[in-house]
Each structure stands twice: as structure tokens, then as C-alpha cells.
Design a protein around this ligand. Structure first.
Ligand code: ZN
Length: 344
């Protein structure tokens, strides 16, 4: 089934050299016009190796403006967004809608502020909106019971408490969402046809958007050119395995290979199939490594398996949120390795 991913990976190339250079040097690129009436606006964020998110502003043929993702909610980002609008001769008053590809604060962050400032309607996929409500209601992905079941030594448990850390919706509660979309529906942008796709994996309700006329696909954090997205980072309501979901999403996206990819971080590029092959292989590799450990030691806990996997930062250096993330990714890979969907 996944044989198509085993080809060479030479076909991926950036489409804006200046943006690519900045992204590779961890600098925030300048805003630029992607197509007539479509602009990319990078906004800074603080995450090692991932210093900015990319928002996309789209003009309808009636002059209305529509934003895909908003960046983190900071005064600096709001000022930068206003400055970009100004530079392109646009006005915040014309902002009619904002669509968030997923519930993380670097994508959803400024929706409340933008809604208050412009009256823009806020939209998400219904599945992601449900996740947002579940998380804000205290239905955390990671509970104390789960952490104990992972075999985390008691002295390491307090640092994993999400209530003291950076929760997706920690800032300002749940933003108002005016419209929940189903996959297959179109964004309401006059004069354009922008179709919504469900691409679960990074979160359960992650969306991608296709504007075939413009030759663009907006992939949020489902497909990124430079880094590997974590998986299962929204609510985990339901039984789906985020890794299986993610691999299916990558496979489904193969049909859009001719489009230029406009991702949520990094740089625009062509070569979706090639990039997706690398992403799929990265996650399958992790699952295989986890599977190998439990073949030799079937009773190994999530903690023990994680401690034997290879981590970029080094296992000994992982703490707090990063340790939690490593453990939760390990648990996902173990679930996946034990499932029928695992190709081995
Ligand atoms: Zn992101």
C-alpha cells in the first residue's frame, strides 16, 4: 500500500528562494504575494528550530479578506499583521473570515483578537472544534492515571502536569467559533473555490485546504517542509490511532502532488509526494524501533521503551513538556506497532 513512498526523494523544491533561505537560517521571512490576491504573512513564535508560523491572506473578488491561520496571540504579532496589511494596501476592516487549520495556539491564537477588531467570522472543521471544546473543558489528552500507566517514576510525574504548562487553549479560554465545517465543504471566499479536506494525525481535526485554480494546497501542520510534526497533539476522543490516521492523510494528499504546498511553518515548495514519503518513513521508523524493543521485552513500559529510543535532544536532556511529548509519541508508536494497521 505504501510502496509509492519508497521512491527517491529528489523531487521536493522550494518555490520562493528568499523565504527558503530565511527558513533554513531560522529567520522570520518577509511577507510576500503568493498569487494575485493571495499573500503569505510569517509571524514569529518561540519554539526551538521552528521560529515562525505562516498565515495566508486571501482576497475575494468582492474585496473581502480571508485569513487561514493567525499566528500566536501577541501584541507584536498583531502589529506585524497590521503592518503587512498596510504594506499590501489592505484594511483589517475588510477581514470577513478566519479559518484555523487546527487548535494549536500558533494557528488559532489571534482569532479572538481578530474577531473583536474586525467582526471576522471564525471557522474550523467540526471535528477540531469538538476537540477544542473537549480540551478546554478539562478533557486532557494526558491524565495522571495515564502517566502512571506509562511507568513514569513518581519523582518525574510532577513535571508532566499539563495544567501548569502550555495547554493549547491556555491563553484566553476557548475562542468563539462561528462556523463548523465538514470535509468537502468550501470556504466562503467570493470568486474562489477553496475546498476543505480532513487530514487527521497532527490533531484529530486537522484541515488542509485546496485552491486548485490558484494551484495551491494549504497543509497547516500536516505537511511541513523542514520539521516532523508531532502526532496526536489534540484531544484523543474516540479510538483512532493518530499514526494510522496520519499515514492515511499523507497517502490521500498524494493526489494533490501537482499543487504548490503552502505549509503552516517553513517555506512553500513543490513535491508533496516526495515530502510525504519522508514524513511517513520517519514515523514508520519510530514505530519499527518501538516494535523491536517490545518484541525482545514484551512487558517494557512506555517509559522504558522511550528511554531506549533515540531522541534528537538526548533522552537524558528531556524534561517537562518535551519529556511529556516524547512519552506520548512513544505511547502512540507502541499502540500503532500493536495494531493491525502496522505494516511492520
Ligand atoms: Zn504549528
Amino acid at each position: 500500500m505504501r510502496r509509492r513512498y519508497s521512491g527517491d526523494n529528489g523531487g521536493m523544491h522550494p518555490t520562493n528562494p528568499a523565504q527558503f533561505d530565511d527558513a533554513m537560517a531560522d529567520r522570520v521571512p518577509a511577507p510576500d504575494e503568493v498569487r494575485e490576491g493571495i499573500w503569505s504573512i510569517p509571524l514569529p513564535m518561540r519554539q526551538p528550530g521552528n521560529p515562525f508560523s505562516l498565515c495566508y491572506l486571501i482576497a475575494g473578488d468582492d474585496g473581502s479578506l480571508h485569513l487561514i491561520d493567525t499566528g500566536y496571540d501577541t501584541d507584536e504579532n498583531f502589529a506585524m499583521l497590521l503592518a503587512a496589511l498596510d504594506a499590501f494596501g489592505l484594511k483589517l476592516d475588510d477581514l470577513a473570515s478566519v479559518f484555523a487549520t487546527h487548535l494549536h495556539p500558533d494557528h488559532l491564537g489571534m482569532t479572538g483578537r481578530l474577531r473583536a477588531a474586525s467582526g471576522a467570522r471564525i471557522g474550523m472543521l467540526r471535528r477540531e472544534h469538538e476537540g477544542l471544546v473537549a480540551i478546554a473543558g478539562g478533557d486532557l489528552t494526558v491524565t495522571e492515571g495515564l502517566i502512571a500507566s506509562w511507568g513514569v517514576p513518581p519523582e518525574r510525574r510532577p513535571e508532566l502536569d499539563l495544567r501548569t504548562g502550555d495547554r493549547p487553549t491556555a491563553r484566553g479560554g476557548v475562542p468563539e467559533v462561528d462556523r463548523s465545517y465538514e470535509p468537502g465543504q468550501a470556504l466562503e471566499v467570493p470568486g474562489r473555490s477553496i475546498q476543505l479536506l480532513a487530514t487527521p494525525g497532527h490533531t484529530a481535526g486537522s484541515a488542509s485546504l485546496v485552491d486548485a485554480d490558484a494551484g495551491l494546497i494549504y497543509t497547516g501542520d500536516t505537511v511541513l517542509p523542514k520539521i516532523f510534526s508531532g502526532l496526536g497533539l489534540g484531544d484523543r476522543t474516540g479510538e483512532a490511532n493518530p499514526i494510522a490516521d496520519y499515514l492515511n492523510s499523507l497517502e490521500m494528499l498524494a493526489r494533490y502532488d501537482e499543487l504548490e504546498v503552502a505549509p503552516g511553518h517553513g517555506y512553500r515548495f513543490r513535491g508533496l509526494i516526495e515530502r510525504n514519503a519522508v514524513l511517513a518513513e520517519h514515523h514508520l521508523d519510530r514505530s519499527r524501533a518501538a516494535a523491536e524493543i517490545i518484541r525482545a521485552d514484551p512487558d517494557a513500559t512506555v517509559w522504558e521503551v522511550a528511554s531506549r529510543l533515540r531522541w534528537t535532544a538526548g533522552w537524558q536532556n528531556l524534561n517537562g513538556f518535551f519529556l511529556l511529548s516524547a512519552l506520548s509519541q512513544t505511547a502512540l508508536h507502541l499502540d500503532f506497532a500493536r495494531s493491525d494497521a502496522f505494516p511492520g
